[in-house]
Ligand binder design. Sequence first.
Ligand code: DX5
Ligand code: ZN
Length: 217
Amino acid sequence: MKYILAPSLLAADFTRLGEQIKETEEAGAEYLHIDVMDGVFVPSISFGMPLIESIRPASNQLFDVHLMIVDPERYIEEFVRCGADSITFHLEATKDPQAVIDKIHACGIRAGISIKPGTPLEEVYPYADKVEMVLLMSVEPGFGGQTFIPESYERIRQLRNYIEENGLATRIEVDGGVGKKNIREVIAAGADVFVAGSGVFRKNSITDNINKFLEAF
Ligand code: DX5
Ligand code: ZN
């Protein structure tokens, strides 16, 4: 399986944003994970279109936009225009998940669907063959730097089984509390795209941090 690291911009130093994005790209992170929060679906507010549009020329990475906003169907075209290559929305945030998927695909980019730690896994199964990626949250969405919820391992395993049993190529992305201490267990559970905010941007240099992930792949 091909493993992909997706550094989460939320943990970057915004005074040195372009430089830090470049460093993640040169160190080998293929995706850039961009967390958009609206203060309604989650308690916090992060950043939105102007930021994505502004950093787009600074990177050739796949822009993996994670929408933590209600009624995401309102903004799909706009995020694509700003440079999203993949848009992941929350199952819990819309009345019509299939319509959101269709809208994302109609824009010619990849679609992902995400569920919070407390949402039964079975609720995402009907969409697993309709999207390119399922994002399992391993913390409550809203903030970086939280601790990985251990029950997530079993959810990753079960989703991996479902995907294999049904012969799907859908990727499993895991987001929240993933770092060099637990990356091997998250891989073993069956995920293949790994979001890391603090794990990439904090403590040591970005390059050293990324190398630790790549060694585990
Ligand atoms: C949380 C976000 C995450 C967050 C991860 O709601 O979706 O992407 O930035 O940060 P860490 O890796 O620090 O848990
Ligand atoms: Zn995220």
